[in-house]
Design a protein around this ligand. Sequence first.
Ligand SMILES: Cc1cc2nc3c(=O)[nH]c(=O)nc-3n(C[C@H](O)[C@H](O)[C@H](O)COP(=O)(O)O)c2cc1C
Length: 349
Amino acid sequence: MKTTLTERFGIEHPIFSAGMARVAQAELTAAVSNAGGMGCLGGVSFMPEALIAEIEKIDSLTDKPYAINLLLPVSLTTEDEEAWKPVRELWGRLSEDERGKMAGVEALLTKGAVADQVEIVLDTAPAAVSLTFAAPDWFMKECKKRGIATIALAGSLGKAKEYADAGVDFIVAQGTEAGGHTGYVTTMTLVPAVVDAVDVPVIAAGGIADGRGLASALSLGACGAWVGTRFIATPEAYGHDAFKQRVIDGRFQDTDITFSYSGKRMRAFSNEWTEQWASGGSDASFPAQYAVAGTRVETGYQDGDIAEGMMPVGLTLGLVHEMLPAGEVVRRMSAEAAQIIRGLHDRVL
Ligand SMILES: Cc1cc2nc3c(=O)[nH]c(=O)nc-3n(C[C@H](O)[C@H](O)[C@H](O)COP(=O)(O)O)c2cc1C
């Protein structure tokens, strides 16, 4: 397949694996890139030294292009003491044991760690950086200087326009079906609306798990697909087998919208933790809420405690029925989409 996406990066299939915090580490990133798609490292969950090691690992596993995801809202990049106060207070209340379990969110709760991530990523100069929540001007300039493509995730039309004005190279239009932080508009509606509104190539996300999803994305005007949940059920993804199995066995009604992970709107597995949160909660907001729920991330991913863990997941859990190597997911999705597109021509015209 040839689209703006494959042409820009010299890749075979117009498929990105999403930069999922914790889940998308070196193995998944490299496997997707080696299969001719484009892997994306979930960079936000690594403390600076671990991020360097993980990037070295990707480089030892592939010589193909890959991307790295970062979160750069002002609340994480500011040096302002006042802004960090609520985070510090919550962080200070954690026991040693609890801190040991904060691997996935530690960098977001440590003042200066995100700035270090930025420096490391700019020095690495991967083929692309994906951004969520914000595409700050200072960072865009540094990427342009180094020839790093910028990709930004938008869950609304307004956000997509903001990213277009900021000069990003690609916009991911992410529908509410998606796992992780998500908006209100469906993929089917948001993608064509963004395609019409901006003069930037659009990648579709949310609800895409197979060739039918990719073919639909291309029909809606996108130049490729950005896929998260489908890649959880792969041997290369990080996470306990119980978590992956839950994706395979899952039904649509097993996800919920919750603010219990980060303080922002997110689609995740509904379980005892999210229900307990819904009936009680706390008033912590982003990013301080990470210090409230942070230990629960590894409760899910490391310990496989499905009832008490905090695990983002999208509606495609209702479409994922088997564990497959990540490379196989990429190849099948692309081949099936090509077949559908050819078949539609014969069937409809
Ligand atoms: C487990 C998980 C973790 C995620 N973590 C991140 C993240 O750290 N940064 C980010 O930009 N998006 C994150 N996302 C959202 C994905 O980038 C992507 O938009 C979404 O998974 C696409 O929808 P899908 O799950 O239906 O394929 C995450 C999604 C999941 C399922």
